[in-house]
Design a protein around this ligand. Structure first.
Ligand code: ATR
Length: 275
């Protein structure tokens, strides 16, 4: 008899994670047998946890902070996109005991952008990215893969943006944080990958008045859903895409692999996760 497939999200802390609501909603909607839970895992317990979960009927896990980079050392196969991003968020436990690592954050980012701004053509011109952390890496890989011709990168700590240029090559132009406002008019799409504007974090203070109304603006912050960054862009006439959809779409490939059905991200999915 086959066991009910189980999956979970691992992180530390984990109580804030929306993934159990997301996968739980999909399991219910599609009437599939399966369970999806959240598991707090300390750094020191990461390897042992990954070894024991398959024995308990788990078919895979989502990985969130602070484990996304560390998990790579405990897996058997790493997808190209996870290798490029240098982190994994989706692990699949194979029947033969091997662990496959993938990163669907960039996929989630680009799928959300395409859904929220269907008229955006990646090849039409530059992207401006605020921030040079782990999230920026996933966004850069996704934009480059989609054919964006130039990526203008700006970060408070310039050296981190330069390091990303060293990794990802000549398609990236680094601009000083204090000068970021001056390149906005060149952008077809502008992305905030910093934590600025998140509930409890500092405000986003870079002036956005250089934005053209044709530019699409998106934020990876989704708490609050409407960030001051998105509100300012909207006032200038830009199409804006909030960050919740990135989280929803990044869950799609894992759900399909573990539970056997490719789920749809629609308004009902958003409402279920926000409820
Ligand atoms: P993540 O993996 O989610 O991207 P991270 O690696 O900690 O998180 O990166 C956070 C990003 O937010 C960085 O680009 C950081 O800028 P620095 O590299 O200069 O630290 C940016 N960030 C955080 N607080 C900021 C602030 N007050 N002003 C400007 N940028 C900030």
């Amino acid at each position: 008899m086959t066991q009910t497939p189980k999956a979970c999200v691992i992180g530390n802390p984990i109580s804030h994670s929306l993934s159990p609501k997301l996968h739980g909603y999909w399991l219910k909607t599609y009437g599939l047998p399966g369970e999806y839970t959240a598991l707090q895992v300390a750094e020191a317990d990461l390897e042992a946890t990954l070894r024991h979960l398959p024995e308990q009927g788990f078919v895979g896990v989502n990985v969130t902070l602070p484990h996304k980079v560390d998990v790579l050392q405990f897996v058997d196969h790493i997808s190209d996109r996870a290798t490029l991003i240098g982190a994994a968020n989706t692990l699949t436990f194979k029947d033969d005991g091997r662990i496959f690592a993938d990163n669907t954050d960039g996929y989630g980012f680009i799928s959300n952008l395409r859904q929220g701004a269907p008229s955006w053509d990646p090849k039409s011109g530059p992207a401006v990215i605020f921030g040079a952390g782990g999230a920026a890496r996933a966004v850069i890989v996704a934009l480059a893969d989609a054919g964006v011709p130039e990526i203008i990168l700006t970060n408070r700590t310039r050296a981190k943006a330069e390091a990303l240029r060293a990794d990802f090559g000549a398609r990236i132009r680094v601009v000083d944080w204090v000068q970021a406002g001056t390149v906005l008019e060149e952008a077809q799409v502008v992305i905030n990958t910093t934590s600025l504007g998140m509930k409890g974090a500092a405000e986003f203070k870079v002036p956005l008045d250089g934005l053209r109304p044709e530019t699409v603006v998106t934020d990876i912050v989704y708490n609050p859903l409407r960030t001051p960054f998105l509100n300012a862009a909207e006032k200038l006439g830009c199409t804006t895409v909030d960050g919740l959809g990135m989280l929803l779409h990044q869950g799609v490939p894992g759900f399909e692999r573990w539970f056997g059905k490719r789920p749809i991200v629609d308004e009902a999915t958003r409402q279920a996760v926000l409820a």
